[in-house]
Design a protein around this ligand. Structure first.
Ligand SMILES: Cc1cc2nc3c(=O)[nH]c(=O)nc-3n(C[C@H](O)[C@H](O)[C@H](O)COP(=O)(O)O)c2cc1C
Length: 386
């Protein structure tokens, strides 16, 4: 069974991600994982932190001579900023005077809910873990899940369809999304140059007025075989698993599969994807279902969209209350991004890849890649003969 966890605080010494259940014999290209980490750090509208960090995966266990050995894998990502925080966030008791209190909870962050829950008198420890710095750890193990999926012909990438009010409404073909991955400079990871400029203008507007913007990314999984997930039990449905995985990302507030949101207001005949048969294969004229019907992948591309709220930390902070005095104050401000839609898309790719890898391993099993691929080839043969 594929299982994964992350640990680490935003300004702690390091993040650590764990993944267990990957078969032995999977080739691990650490440079590929590092490029995924780099992609998460890109995008117009990111803050100063991204200039400090340049994430690199330090594999601690489970990979030897370039291949997985079937045992749990742990990956460490150093926090370069740690050197500036050692006295503020020591592991030992340290000097309480050096602690950097977050005196007034920021609306839209976990600050207040977390302080109430864990009985903290201020929000420092809350934001340290609730911060989306954690998503870097997911991207690291998501990179391994992507390498595994490649072995069975599946690729997972994302692109941005909306920033603030600037939107790209046309469907974007896989080849264009693939071409975005090749780019060495990421602006807003949008496949249409004109829409990207409009998106950039939205970020500029937010920057000018000390505000923030959200948006929408779409994750596309290409080459997914039919039959991942099942309708047989509610918690094994692929749409539910993907929705949970993408929604678990910081700032994602809605998830859509295929044309789900638009479909809610349309007539059924315009929504459902008619089935044909050509050249020995079932075909679809369109993919409004986003590649999933009845909680099962149907062989079409899986398309999952994540809707991001605007970043909560504002240069012109909203009203809050001082934790100690309960007097009204402006919310605390800490260095922040203004727009993170492209980065959130990369983190969502990781969550989609991890979810698909888990489902694929449940379907095909195998303790080694040889076994997994043999089982996969057997299934493909079964589909050919169907
Ligand atoms: C890649 C990424 C980077 C983020 N960077 C910031 C940031 O710099 N400042 C901020 O206020 N929120 C940022 N967020 C969002 C917050 O982490 C998130 O809104 C907050 O933890 C509250 O969680 P919730 O929005 O899921 O309720 C980021 C989110 C993602 C996905």
């Amino acid at each position: 069974m594929l299982r994964y966890f992350t640990s680490g605080e935003s300004h702690g010494e390091a993040l650590v991600a764990f993944i267990s259940g990957l078969p032995a014999g999977l080739e691990v290209d650490v440079a590929y994982v590092d490029r995924e980490l780099w992609r998460r750090q890109q995008g117009y509208g990111r803050g100063g932190r991204m200039k400090i960090e340049r994430d690199a995966a330090h594999v601690l266990s489970g990979v030897h001579h370039g291949k997985t050995i079937g045992s749990p894998i742990s990956i460490l990502l150093e926090n370069k900023d740690w050197k500036n925080w050692q006295e503020a966030l020591p592991v030992e008791t340290g000097d309480p005077a050096k602690h950097k209190r977050v005196a007034s909870p920021r609306p839209g962050h976990a600050d207040l809910a977390g302080a109430l829950k864990y009985n903290f008198s201020e929000a420092r420890y809350v934001l340290e873990r609730a911060s989306a710095r954690e998503s870097a750890a997911r991207v690291a193990i998501g990179g391994l899940a992507k390498l595994f999926l490649r072995e069975i012909g599946v690729e997972v990438l994302s692109h941005v369809t909306r920033v603030g009010e600037a939107e790209l409404s046309d469907e974007v073909k896989w080849e264009k999304i693939r071409a975005l991955w090749e780019k060495e400079e990421v602006l807003l990871n949008c496949a249409d140059a004109d829409a990207e400029q409009r998106m950039k203008a939205e970020v500029d507007r937010a920057l000018r007025i000390g505000d923030s913007v959200g948006g929408v990314f779409e994750v596309v999984a290409h080459g997914v075989p039919p039959g991942l997930g099942t309708y047989a039990q509610w918690d094994e449905r692929l749409d539910g698993l993907l929705a949970g995985a993408v929604m678990s990302l910081q700032a994602v507030k809605a998830v859509e599969i295929g044309s789900g949101i638009q479909a809610a207001g349309a007539m059924g005949s315009t929504v459902h994807d008619e089935i044909g048969y050509n050249d020995g294969a079932f075909t679809r004229a369109r993919n409004n279902a986003g590649g999933i019907e009845g909680g099962v992948s149907n062989g079409e591309e899986i398309r999952v969209r994540g809707y991001l709220k605007p970043i909560s930390t504002l240069r012109r902070p909203l009203g809050s209350v001082d934790f100690a005095t309960r007097e009204p104050v402006k919310a605390a401000y800490e260095r922040s991004d203004v727009c993170v839609v492209p980065a959130a898309g990369v983190a969502a790719e990781a969550m989609v890849a991890l979810t698909l890898a888990k489902c694929a391993l449940e379907k095909f099993g195998g303790d080694s890649m040889v076994e997994t691929k043999r089982n996969f080839e057997g299934y493909k043969e079964q589909l050919r003969k169907f």
